[in-house]
Write a new protein. Structure first.
Length: 175
């Protein structure tokens, strides 16, 4: 039997936390957007949210219920993928996620392509390309990038929000 440390959900379930502790612990789950945790706490935290999946779903509902301007701010809070990795204001989570996908090891050609796609994408959509990179490699991400840059703005806005939710859920599961 392996001895593993208990997760944050087991040691201090979300429903047992005061607002400041809740926001401190979960406010980073949505990149630079602690308002998601604040709003969820205001709605009420019960023991029904004491699992990563339930908490992720509740946080996603907060985002989905937000006005488009708040969603756009959330999307704009995310860093570029690869192209400007060294210059971006990356959270520890983003840095770890991008390194895990090998985005810190791009060849010169890959880096140039990511940079070109980042610039084209942001000019077209007004926010950075967002992709939940866990479980994918550079080639997968580049392929998705090249496909998604062709989307219409509404479809891509919705896809980006979906990717943000996936990132948040993966972060919560990692706790």
């Amino acid at each position: 039997m392996t001895n593993t440390a208990p997760s944050l959900f087991e040691t201090r379930p979300p429903s047992t936390l005061a607002e400041s502790a809740f926001v401190s612990r979960y406010g980073w789950v949505y990149e630079h957007s602690p308002w998601v945790a604040h709003k969820l706490y205001e709605r009420g935290i019960s023991s029904a949210l004491d699992t990563p999946t339930a908490l992720a779903d509740a946080m996603a509902a907060v985002v989905n219920g937000a006005v488009d301007a708040d969603k756009l701010s959330l999307l704009r809070a995310h860093p570029d993928l690869a192209g400007k990795l060294a210059l971006a204001d990356l959270t520890a989570s983003s840095q770890s996620e991008q390194k895990g996908a090998g985005l810190d090891q791009c060849s010169a050609d890959e880096l140039a392509r990511f940079t070109e796609l980042n610039d084209t994408y942001k000019q077209k959509f007004g926010f950075p390309f967002i992709f939940a990179v866990k479980g994918f490699d550079r080639a997968d991400i580049l392929s998705a990038f090249e496909r998604r840059v062709k989307n219409d703005p509404e479809a891509e806005f919705n896809e980006a929000i979906g990717q943000v939710h996936r990132i948040a859920k993966l972060r919560l599961e990692d706790l």
